[in-house]
Design a protein around this ligand. Structure first.
Ligand SMILES: C[S@@+](CC[C@H](N)C(=O)[O-])C[C@H]1O[C@@H](n2cnc3c(N)ncnc32)[C@H](O)[C@@H]1O
Length: 183
């Protein structure tokens, strides 16, 4: 069951504006270029920011996400026809043999149990060439990234307007929420 933030059309449509310019994706593209990859599997592609960036770089991209609202947004973006979009999870994908699998934007932290994580890793392995790589990230909570989030956000997609954010909520690991507002 995808998180409502990505599956509800009203919330998913805020994602790009809220997440800003996505300089974080440069590292993934840099790795893809360094490895000379020709094909990528983008797991948890969301609204397609990285999938479209990689496709524009001439890489064959397969992108998968269980959140249909995010996929709708991705499919509507310029260049989307170059990407093979799939709704669902990696284990449900057809056979593939890609050079690189990625989980950008903290997707790895969507897997909440060891069983789910290990099953996902196994499903990814089956879709990589023998010399393939998986690149992912995890959030460093100590960096308190929410404190440096800009009130003014420039989204990755040129179709989205810049957004001015007045406040947002962050869920603690305890399950409670804190509201972060801008002065
Ligand atoms: C924070 S968003 C990141 C989206 C995108 N990778 C990016 O960088 O903008 C996390 C994404 O992981 C997706 N997700 C959650 N569970 C998943 C799963 N089991 N398999 C693949 N993607 C999943 C969510 O639907 C959401 O789109």
């Amino acid at each position: 069951m995808p998180d409502p933030i990505f599956a509800d059309p009203r919330l998913a449509s805020l994602y790009d504006a809220f997440d800003g310019e996505r300089v974080d994706l440069d590292a993934y593209l840099g790795i893809a270029r360094e490895f000379g990859v020709r094909s990528i599997l983008d797991i948890g592609c969301g609204t397609g920011c990285f999938a479209l960036l990689a496709a524009a770089d001439g890489i064959a991209v397969t992108a998968v996400d269980p959140a249909i609202a995010s996929l709708h947004l991705a499919r509507a973006k310029p260049g989307a026809d170059a990407v093979a979009w799939h709704e669902g999870t990696v284990d449900a994908l057809p056979d593939l043999a890609v050079d690189l699998a990625v989980m950008t934007g903290n997707v790895a932290q969507a897997f909440l149990s060891d069983d789910e994580w290990l099953a996902t890793l196994a499903a990814i392995r089956r879709r990589l060439v023998p010399t393939g790589h998986l690149v992912f990230e995890t959030r460093r909570v100590q960096a308190r990234a929410w404190e440096s989030t800009s009130r003014h956000s420039t989204p990755c997609s040129p179709r989205r307007k810049p957004l001015t954010i007045s406040a947002f909520r962050v869920r603690r690991s305890s399950g409670s929420w804190i509201v972060v507002s801008f002065p």
